[in-house]
Design a protein around this ligand. Structure first.
Ligand code: ATP
Length: 248
């Protein structure tokens, strides 16, 4: 096919604490400009997969012990998380990691830490983030810790955008948010994909919303991919309906 993959994960194994085998050979791809959903129950291994890609496992005593990961055709298993951010691949962690004692705007500024272009470009991008998230413009001077859960999720995504990523790994964007806010967040993901060309790999327990916005989905169980397909087919699949969409 002529479609290029921005990310390719090939048969990776992840072990925590030298003995706990958590990923047992996971393979997936994200096409350039795609929105790919990684689905499955709590503990299936979604977060571990994202952290293996963005190289955030080390601080949790985890390591990739087999397989390979390629970003834009180059092997990245040995790259640090910061090197990867510079290359254009960034993770937004589960639980909206913001700096609670910094303002929303200061949080966004911390997202530009890998950039070497000037302040003017960074200012422009802050405005770009506010255009995508008008709520953040209103809350720019508030301490992030005192903003709502939805606003913190927006701040976390906005902060990632400040690194000018080609690809964002997003862990549970809908977690803890009311349905309407979930929808608002996914609409913005879609818009960033359409207008900025950002590719997404999203880990989600909310299969329903993820498969409405994603182009393709992978379903994980106990450290393995057990099913994958284009989002529309997965939405109509009887097993997916029964086990993951809550309609029998
Ligand atoms: P969640 O939605 O809870 O994040 P998940 O699908 O993302 O679920 P992971 O967080 O990747 O799943 O966890 C997969 C498995 O790895 C679980 O059994 C979990 O207990 C285990 N695990 C996760 N982190 C560690 C760690 N630092 N040390 C040991 N085991 C871990």
């Amino acid at each position: 096919s002529t479609q290029k993959n921005i990310l390719a994960v090939n048969n990776i194994e992840v072990i925590y604490d030298h003995v706990i085998l958590v990923l047992k050979g996971v393979s997936l791809v994200v096409p350039e400009g795609g929105i790919v959903a990684l689905l499955g129950a709590n503990g299936a291994g979604k977060s571990t997969t994202l952290k293996a890609i963005s190289n955030l496992l080390r601080s949790e005593r985890g390591e990739v012990t087999k397989g390979s990961i390629e970003f834009e055709g180059a092997r990245i298993e040995a790259q640090t998380a910061n090197e990867l951010v510079r290359r254009g691949c960034i993770q937004v962690m589960e639980g909206r990691h913001c700096f609670g004692h910094l303002t929303v705007e200061e949080n966004l500024l911390t997202g530009a830490f890998t950039r070497r272009d000037g302040n003017a470009a960074i200012k422009r991008d802050i405005e770009m983030v506010y255009d995508y998230f008008p709520r953040l413009r209103e809350r720019r001077s508030s301490l992030a810790g005192y903003t709502s859960g939805g606003e913190q999720q927006m701040t976390a995504i906005g902060r990632a955008l400040m690194s000018r990523p080609k690809m964002i790994l997003l862990d549970e964007p809908s977690m803890g948010l009311a349905p309407q806010l979930q929808e608002e967040i996914f609409e913005i993901i879609k818009k960033l994909n359409d207008q900025e060309g950002v590719s997404f790999l999203l880990a989600e327990q909310n299969t329903n919303i993820a498969l409405r916005y994603a182009t393709y989905g992978y379903i994980m169980e106990s450290g393995r991919i057990v099913m994958d397909g284009v989002a529309k087919d997965l939405r109509e699949n009887e097993d997916v309906k029964e086990f993951y969409l809550g309609v029998g």
